[in-house]
Write a protein that binds this ligand. Structure first.
Ligand code: PEP
Ligand code: MG
Length: 734
């Protein structure tokens, strides 16, 4: 290929080389053309006059079969295969064996590469792999050189477009079906040098003011009225007025650039300085700035960002990454889901998507290059999957699954009125986890007993500086208002690790999960923790308050934190503020070492909540975010369950409440095991309350506990299957 020449010559050279290297009498390349036809484009060994004459339908003959199923074939007696189709013009009757591989690019079959031999040859795996590698290179070449016009290939409707499954990570749950819209806002700048700088300054001012108005309009939408999504948009709005940025653009214009080129220059400067950073906060700022740059440039070039009439009624937006305002540009009534190549659970666009209640799958590898506009797509946020061009039977299955889900939700909603108690009358506390004000709406909807874990860090991550006490107090007070008397357990800042705050500077830990995070930062920066505690006391304003400290590894850390809390209570008292009517203080049990300090810890706490997400990662020394380890150590291991049983036995006589708030509490089988070892309160994502309650109400806890006790003494192995069988035998809904 490197030698150049016409595409035809190159293909001819490829088949010659492959035939030689593989000692095959024949090597041929078929490419897909309009009308689902595979046409012979190059051959070594078959009759040369058959080139461009031999055509097979997709599905016809062995070559058609390879294309139809996008699978390789290796046959020592090809003619004996029922799919064999003889073409006299090729003169191929004398060849017995055949190996072929599909030429696939971005999930589409572009053609087939075949070798044939006279003898009944057995092609081995290595040879097939070699052919596949060559086919990959061919695919790139066929696409790059437009050997078959892309328009022609597009016309090949349905067939040749393979269904694809892309695995990512769940950013928000839910399932949606729709059609792809590729979000590619890049603007090509036509004119770089300006004739009249003064006129450019005016153009820039006008564009900026139009953008400001657009964002103000977004802020007026009803779902942007409060909560972190509003804060994100407000921060973005502040960006529009950022003097430093505006100054940089103005200087670039003064140096002779057009307004659009100047905006780009300002962005490129910042990106050059910060682009390499892996710090999530800085990346977030960069996506905001990219969003703003695009927005101003769109205004300047007069190009409408999106022509709504050209967009499908059920949009699945696919992007590399996105700023929050960009997502809001799409018509909400038609927006079904979002798929990102990057993105994280805490990114601004995710938080806004959560407010819009659409499923989001992130870190979906190369999704932009594997999807074409208009492709049918299923986004399954629950299983972190994107199904591209799904087969009809899959669409039906998913349709059925969505319907079943609605049905189940109806059933769970009906359960809301019933008590959460087992068949043998053991009462089980079901609480929910929350982290955004918008999550609080689920409290009423699910009938949860309260909020067992309120993760307070998200608002801190959204801002560019530490939120002041009043801002924090406002938010916590709103949370308590919405909770309307139901208990809420606020966990103090659990930052550090992958959740970095720019103004705390917790960078550079080699092993961040075990680094300077959570209460460790809180105790080293007591002013910060004190301000949060002050805000909590202020927000409670005489109402009950429950405070939980994360990542406690030694008793002294709890007593240290408790001292700061007492200082704040004194301060509030001195100032005549209303003190919490009832104060409960607890810790998260995430560090295994705490298990052997319970005797000295218990007198100081009202409750302990087990964070199994971190506990499991420390217990098994297995990074919770490492996909290669996910599933390697089962949370239903006797090791973890015995540890939890030990904690139950310690806390119960001390009268200290115990709950589990890690993700496992929200999975019915895991929840069953937790109840069986003696846990009586579970806190989980809101969507899990219904399924877990259904499990609870169908469970005989005495039976389950006796069963678990008997299997826990057996040699260590995951109990998942054993518990599933138990549930099936005892009609427990899992
Ligand atoms: C946990 O570690 O289980 C937990 C609930 O906390 P987070 O997931 O926020 O670390
Ligand atoms: Mg944790």
């Amino acid at each position: 290929m490197a030698r150049g020449g016409t595409p035809e010559e190159t293909l001819g050279e490829v088949v010659r080389l492959v035939a030689n290297e593989m000692v095959a009498e024949v090597c041929s390349i078929y490419l897909l053309r309009a009308g689902e036809v595979l046409e012979l484009f190059a051959t070594q060994g078959l009759n040369p006059s058959a080139v461009h004459r031999t055509r097979l339908r997709v599905g016809e003959g062995l070559v058609g079969d390879i294309a139809a199923h996008a699978r390789s074939l290796a046959l020592d007696d090809a003619q004996a295969h029922p799919q064999f189709a003889y073409r006299p013009e090729t003169g191929e009757e004398i060849y017995h064996s055949l190996a072929g591989v599909p030429i696939v690019r971005a999930g589409r079959v572009l053609g087939v590469l075949v070798v044939q031999n006279r003898t009944r040859r057995q092609y081995d795996e290595e040879e097939i792999e070699t052919l596949q590698t060559i086919a990959m290179v061919l695919a790139e070449m066929v696409a790059a050189q437009h050997i078959v016009s892309p328009n022609e290939v597009q016309q090949v409707d349905g067939l040749g477009l393979l269904p694809l499954r892309i695995d990512g990570v769940q950013l928000t749950p839910g399932v949606a079906i729709g059609h792809a819209v590729l979000h590619e806002p890049r603007i090509v700048i036509q004119k770089v040098v300006a004739e009249d700088s003064a006129a450019e300054q005016i153009r820039f001012d006008e564009a900026l003011s139009a953008v400001r108005d657009d964002v103000d309009r977004m802020l007026e939408a009803h779902d942007m009225q409060s909560g972190e999504q509003r804060e994100i948009l407000e921060t973005f709005r502040m960006f529009v007025d950022d003097r430093g940025w505006i100054e940089r653009v103005r200087e670039a214009i003064a140096s002779g650039l057009t307004a659009e080129a100047a905006v780009q220059r300002a962005f490129d400067d910042v990106r050059a300085r910060l682009g390499q950073s892996t710090d999530p906060y800085i990346r977030e700022r960069l996506s905001d700035l990219q969003d703003l740059t695009n927005r101003v440039q769109l205004r300047l070039t007069g190009r409408a960002a999106l022509d709504p009439s050209s967009l499908p009624e059920d949009m699945i937006v696919i992007a590399r990454d996105m700023g929050p305002a960009e997502l809001l540009d799409y018509d909400r009534t038609r927006l079904r889901a979002l798929v990102l190549e990057e993105g994280s659970a805490m990114s601004h666009v995710t938080i806004v998507a959560r407010a819009l209640d659409i499923p989001v799958v992130g870190r979906a590898p190369d999704v932009l290059s594997r999807v074409e506009p208009g492709d049918p797509i299923i986004v399954d946020g629950d299983h972190a999957q994107v199904l591209v061009r799904p087969a009809e039977d899959i669409v039906q299955t998913i349709d059925a699954a969505i319907e079943a889900r609605v049905e189940r939700q109806r059933k769970y909603a009906a359960l809301r009125e019933y008590p959460s108690a087992t068949r043998d009358q053991a009462r089980v506390g079901l609480q929910m986890n929350a982290g955004l004000l918008i999550d609080m709406q689920h409290l009423e909807e699910t009938g949860a007993d309260g909020v067992g874990l309120y993760r307070t860090e998200i608002p801190f991550m959204v801002r560019s500086e530490f939120p002041d006490v009043d801002a924090q107090a406002w938010l916590y007070s709103r949370v308590l208002d919405v909770a309307d008397g139901k208990p809420v357990t606020f966990r103090t800042l659990d930052v550090g690790g992958d959740k970095v705050l720019p103004y705390v500077g917790a960078f550079g830990d080699d092993n961040p999960a075990m680094g300077w995070r959570a209460i460790r930062i809180g105790l080293d920066r007591p002013a910060m923790l004190r301000r949060q505690l002050r805000a909590l006391i202020q927000a409670a304003n005489g109402r009950p308050l429950s405070v939980m400290f994360p990542m406690i590894a030694e008793v002294a850390e709890l007593t240290g934190a408790r001292k700061l809390l007492d200082l704040e209570l004194d301060r509030a008292k001195r100032r005549g503020l209303a003190l919490p009517e009832r104060l409960r203080v607890g810790v998260m049990f995430e560090v295994p070492a705490l298990a052997w300090q319970l005797d000295s810890l218990l007198p100081y706490v009202d409750f302990i909540s087990v964070g199994t997400n971190d506990l499991l990662q420390f217990l098994y020394a297995a990074d919770r975010g490492n996909t290669r380890l996910s599933g390697r150590y089962d949370s239903l291991s006797p090791a973890l369950l015995r540890l939890l049983h030990f904690v139950v036995e310690k806390t119960r006589p001390a009268g200290v409440d115990l709950s589990v708030c890690g993700e496992m509490a929200g999975r019915p089988v895991e929840a069953l095991a937790l109840l069986a070892v003696g846990v009586r309160t579970l806190s989980m994502v809101p969507g899990a309350i219904g399924p877990v309650k259904a499990m609870v109400r169908s469970l005989d806890l005495n039976e389950a506990s006796a069963f678990l006790a008997s299997v826990l003494t057996q040699p260590d192995r995951p109990l998942r299957e054993t518990l599933r069988l138990f549930a099936a035998d005892h009609a427990v809904e899992i």
